[in-house]
Design a protein around this ligand. Structure first.
Ligand SMILES: *Cc1c(COP(=O)(O)O)cnc(C)c1O
Length: 234
């Protein structure tokens, strides 16, 4: 199989899973958008994806993302930054990203707003679904979302679009992905009541996208199920 055939097969399988999950949840198939996570994979794969109709790609490391976005600038893709964001890199990320999904503290707002220049940058707030104190994965404590949202709303070049989350790593006594996304749905309900236009919910990856769609995800971020296993080292 050529690489193009592999990618086409992976993409078709994931699109089928999304359609099936939407049907199972009683949601229209176009309710859920696919962001293909291309981290660790070459720009040539991004080109194949664009040929296959993919419009949104996700990256989690600034240097790699910046290079790939420049190499693929002719494709008209929407670039989602989904990784841990250092405040000293935030302005640089805002220069090429169309959506920053991993905003988890107010300190990022100023640099993102400046880095966006005259563009408008879509922002999602990353919510932690970890047990308090477990510190495994990034994200804001749900209790701090109100203040963080206020900071984003008051920034001239940022547009608050919704929430993003990653299911916690498995741990004894920890939440399953289904439980974690059920919790996320509650957090989101309260959030959207306060910010009615911030309806995006980015949740679900290769292993758990069905659970995320059952709990209201509007965007799934899928890497390995489309592109295959990531190389261990770049
Ligand atoms: C890598 C990554 C994904 C995609 O993970 P897969 O398991 O390969 O689908 C999704 N979201 C975030 C935040 C990631 O870092």
């Amino acid at each position: 199989m050529s690489r193009a055939e592999q990618v086409a097969a992976g993409l078709a399988a994931v699109r089928r899973r999304i359609a099936d999950a939407c049907e199972a949840a009683g949601r229209p198939a176009d309710d859920v958008s696919l962001v293909v996570v291309t981290k660790f994979f070459p720009a040539s794969d991004v080109r194949l994806l664009a040929d296959l109709g993919v419009t949104d790609v996700g990256e989690n490391r600034h240097q790699e993302a910046a290079e790939k976005a420049a190499e693929c600038a002719d494709l008209g893709l929407r670039w989602h930054f989904i990784g841990a964001l250092q405040s000293n890199k935030a302005a640089a990320v805002a220069a090429y990203a169309d959506v920053v999904e991993s905003v988890d503290r107010a300190k990022l707002v100023g640099p993102l707003d400046r880095g966006a220049g005259e563009r408008v940058l879509d922002v999602l707030l990353q919510v932690s679904l970890d047990a308090p104190g477990s510190g495994n994965r990034a994200g804001a404590d749900p209790a701090t979302l109100g203040d963080l949202a206020d900071a984003v709303v008051s920034a001239e070049h940022l547009r608050l679009r919704g929430l993003m989350a990653v299911a916690p790593l498995p741990s004894p006594g920890g939440l399953t992905p289904d439980e974690a996304f059920a919790r996320l749905a509650e957090v989101r309900e309260a959030f959207v009541a306060a910010h009615p236009s911030a309806t995006v919910l980015s949740a679900g990856m290769s292993g758990d996208l069905e659970h995320a769609i059952a709990h209201g995800a509007t965007h799934v971020r899928v890497g390995s199920a489309v592109l295959g296993p990531r190389p261990a080292v770049k």
